[in-house]
Ligand binder design. Structure first.
Ligand code: ATP
Length: 873
């Protein structure tokens, strides 16, 4: 449809809408008629497909095929249990994966975007999916356009349409009607298309198409491409798994050949080799990682950290630098104007202008008028204020001084505006004045002074006196106040060129406004925790260096060693020079969002892992480049959220630190699972591989190997994933992801315990055979119980079970009990004996098995005690 040809009135008429939008009732009807405003996505995997995929592993297919063939040619009764166990394994795997998938889907839904829409005359925030044709949508910098819109109002509105047109230069948008039907999308300047980005300005648009009817919907396949979503750890594990699989297959080949040569039944030997391969090849490890990360991410939402990319959970534990905004993240973002500097003196703000009975042309009068008019804060229904806290503070100050912003806005209507942006660090509104036109500009001191040529003293315009303004600014900033400067300019009539260059110059400086924004209570603790955890908090702010340094000192981000650098200094420094200094700088002030990218780059070049916060459009590149981009959930724009790996639902610095702690816990627990699982499997492999060389009969039957695998990997394995965070998790340096799974002695640990358990099992087999015991059931039971010992041992590399608290992971205790009970059934319930080739053990036999299993635990405890000794003087 050629919506761009319609005038605004025609467009409104066509959709039965108006400036105040459609009614709530109408919106509900249209939602039914047009459907939800969402693009059809590649269908998620159905539960059935997910279940079938559990059998996708090649070795499992071979095992099933072999069992079926064996069943046909041999004894069906022998093979049925094998199939049953493989099925059970698949069901458990499916249930875990399904839970993880549901957790991920829920996270995705939570990370969905909202839009500001006017319905029934009231602005409301709603999920993008609820927008219907006829809705009036408000656009502000950083929004992703939620539907195709005919623009009805535009103030310096610029759209980045690269996703649709490939044009990377932002397009300026207008509300005027066009008259050429066949214009390409990029030239339809009165239209905003879904998926494009508001890069600057403000606007309003009428939704003319939603969902698949939008231009983006028509090319929806574009956004369906999804690359490799595996995390670095998963990729490493998959590669390791492939290498190990080759080794295991080779060993299985040898076992098969040896057994065959010794005259064992070839079918039995084949089944044994395949069962062993299925049990020992760690093909499930990447899936276990996903499940741990997904369940971890689900837990993190409750702690106000919403994960958008699973890999972030893994990387969190490695973070060495948290680069954070100041306002709202470290501070409360509840501002109050406390002091003013006007006419050469600093005065309290409260009711100073009212009490002084300011004259109509004085600097205080214009300051109050500017605070009321150059302001987008609004009262909402219940007498509260909504808008940017800097502006609500100014709103309150104006109102308390008798300058009612609502009345003033009616008296001096806004004719045009230059919205605030973090690069210019100022904003301007232009109003019809009592005589001619007046513009008010407010912003950072440097921005305002650079654009002013005179100042108002009382009611007289005098030349600008930097000498008085700077010390006043320094004094306010040094006490941690945010200082805003205000200026004005008069015009005979509304100028034609409404650009920053034409409007924001030759201004008359009016006053400074100092506002208090105290640090958040939790930030003190969070910064202290960072320090013990080897993480360096770095403040990056658009605010004045003195303000930033004062707050950073209060929070101990800045102490003896740290430096402050300003945006202009940062700009002037070449990257390689910055790299040399970057580790000493704790505060960056007056930074433009684009400069954050350079900081991230320099830190990454030094091999650091960087978490970087951001909220605006221009923060997006730095968020993407950082190891973990962190977007603000409350004040963040869509673009920042989309670029981020994690969203802070409470915009709070302390939440990042909590997420790091959680990341460390999850990573450590994944390692615990890997250590437990691989060292135990190694034990089984050693036993079965070496038995023939010692002239021993096959120690375990296929069904026993599979039972071992089913019981031990699932329940205790999952319980290790919920192991509580180790007490000293935040007293250690960050994880080094480059060091890998088998570094720091972990590989050697797994091999050592594999050989130890395998050796004990071989010894047990030799002794029990000689002594005429039920040797096979004893070995089988020992392998199960020694795994339980390994599960307990894997809980910590250093701390003893008593130090950890035996019952502090109740899930693990429950899992171990479950395994013991189930296995006891297999040993002592007569009906199961033929199925599992077991015999009931007597007290002596059981005592021996138990003693050996406890020995495994004791040896590991002893080793930990030695390790603790070594570490502590
Ligand atoms: P942070 O990056 O830590 O959140 P910030 O909020 O101070 O800090 P910006 O929002 O980029 O960073 O603001 C930079 C400067 O721009 C402020 O110090 C202030 O001087 C000015 N400023 C902020 N908000 C406004 C506004 N609404 N109107 C005019 N000027 C503003």
């Amino acid at each position: 449809m050629d919506w761009h040809l319609l005038s605004i009135e025609e467009a409104f008429a066509k959709f039965g809408s108006s400036k105040s939008g459609i009614s709530l009732e109408e919106a509900r009807k249209r939602l039914e008629q047009y459907g939800r405003n969402q693009l059809r996505e590649k269908r998620a995997r159905s539960p059935f497909v997910m279940f079938v995929a559990q059998f996708g592993d090649f070795m499992i297919l071979v095992l099933i095929a072999a069992a079926v063939i064996a069943g046909i040619i041999g004894d069906a009764g022998d093979m049925a249990p094998i199939i049953a166990i493989v099925l059970l394994n698949a069901i458990i795997g499916f249930m875990q994966e399904y839970r993880a998938e549901r957790a991920i889907a829920a996270l995705k839904k939570m990370a969905g975007f909202t839009a500001e829409v006017i319905r029934g005359g009231e602005p409301q925030t709603m999920a993008v999916e609820e927008i219907v044709p006829g809705d009036v949508v408000l656009l502000r910098a950083g929004d992703v356009v939620p539907a195709d819109l005919r623009i009805t109002e535009a103030a310096q509105l610029k759209l980045d349409e690269a996703s649709l047109t490939g044009e990377s230069f932002p397009a300026e948008k207008k509300s005027s009607t066009l008259d050429e039907a066949s214009l390409p999308l990029g030239e339809r300047v009165n239209m905003a298309y879904r998926g494009t980005i508001v890069s600057a300005g403000r606007g309003v648009g009428l939704a003319v198409a939603t969902a698949m009817e939008t231009e983006l919907g028509k090319i929806a396949s574009m956004i369906q491409a999804e690359g490799d979503t595996r995390t670095p750890l998963q990729r490493k594990l998959a590669a390791f798994g492939r290498r190990l699989a080759l080794l295991v297959l080779f060993i299985c080949g040898v076992i098969f050949a040896m057994g065959y040569l010794r005259g064992e039944s070839p079918l039995l030997m084949f089944m044994t080799a395949i069962s062993l391969a299925v049990a020992v090849i760690p093909e499930a490890l990447p899936a276990v990682v996903t499940i741990s990360l997904a369940l971890g991410a689900k837990k993190m939402v409750r702690q106000k950290a919403l994960i958008r990319r699973l890999s972030a959970v893994e990387t969190l534990g490695a973070v060495t630098h948290i680069c954070t905004d100041k306002t709202g993240t470290l501070t409360r973002n509840r501002m109050t104007v406390t002091r003013l500097f006007a006419d050469g003196r600093t005065i309290p703000a409260a009711t100073s202008a009212r009490d002084a009975g300011v004259a109509g042309n004085s600097s205080l009068f214009h300051l109050m008028a500017a605070a009321a008019l150059c302001n987008d804060a609004r009262t909402n229904g219940d007498n509260g204020l909504s808008g940017d806290p800097t502006e609500t503070a100014l709103y309150v100050m104006a109102a308390e001084n008798g300058f009612d912003p609502v009345k003033l806005a009616a008296q001096f209507p806004r004719l045009a505006e230059l919205p605030f942006d973090a690069d210019r660090k100022c904003m301007t509104t232009i109003h019809e004045g009592s005589e001619g036109v007046v513009s008010y500009t407010k912003g950072g001191l440097e921005a305002i002074l650079a654009r002013s040529s005179s100042m108002l003293s009382g009611s007289t315009i005098v030349s600008l006196d930097f000498g008085a303004v700077h010390p006043a600014n320094e004094a306010m900033a040094a006490s941690g106040q945010r200082v805003l400067a205000v200026a004005m300019r008069r015009w005979a009539s509304l100028p034609e060129d409404i650009s920053s260059e034409a409007i924001e110059k030759d201004m008359t400086f009016l006053a400074l406004v100092g506002m208090e924004d105290p640090p958040r209570e939790e930030a003190f603790d969070a910064v202290a925790q960072c320090k013990t955890a080897g993480i360096i908090p770095v403040m990056i702010t658009g605010d004045h260096p003195a303000t930033a340094a004062a707050i950073a000192r209060r929070l101990s981000i800045l102490d003896g060693e740290g430096e402050v650098m300003t945006g202009p200094q940062l700009e002037a420094l070449p990257l390689h020079e910055l790299e040399k200094r970057v580790e000493d700088i704790r505060v960056y002030a007056r930074v433009a969002p684009e400069q954050k990218l350079k900081i991230v780059q320099a830190l990454k070049d030094r091999g650091k892992y960087v978490a970087m916060t951001g909220d605006g459009v221009n923060d997006a590149p730095a968020l993407k480049r950082a190891d973990i981009g962190v977007a603000m959930g409350i004040t963040g724009t869509d673009v920042a959220k989309e670029a981020a790996a994690m969203i802070l639902l409470d915009d709070n610095f302390a939440t990042i630190v909590r997420a790091v702690r959680e990341g460390r816990r999850i990573y450590a627990n994944i390692l615990k699972f890997i250590i437990y699982s691989i060292s135990s499997n190694c034990g089984t492999l050693v036993l079965i591989a070496f038995a023939p060389f010692l002239g021993l009969p096959l120690p375990l039957f296929p069904i026993q190997i599979l039972w071992l695998n089913l019981l031990c990997d699932s329940f205790p394995g999952l319980a290790l994933a919920v192991e509580p965070v180790e007490k000293d998790a935040m007293d250690r340096p960050p994880i080094d992801p480059a060091s890998g799974v088998f570094a720091e002695g972990r590989g050697w640990f797994m091999a050592r315990y594999g050989i130890f358990i395998g050796g004990l099992a071989l010894g047990l087999q030799v002794y029990a055979m000689k002594a005429g015991h039920s040797w096979q059931t004893m070995v089988f039971t020992f392998l199960i119980l020694s795994r339980m010992a390994m599960a307990l041992s894997a809980r910590s590399r250093q701390l003893s079970l008593l130090q950890l608290g035996i019952f502090s992971n109740s899930q693990l205790i429950g899992a171990i009990l479950l395994v013991v009970i189930l296995h006891a059934c297999v040993v002592w319930i007569p009906a199961t004996n033929p199925v599992f080739a077991t015999e009931p053990l007597d007290l002596r036999e059981m005592g021996m098995v138990l003693a050996l299993s406890v020995a495994v635990l004791l040896v590991s405890e002893l080793e930990k005690a030695v390790l603790r000794r070594k570490r502590l003087p």
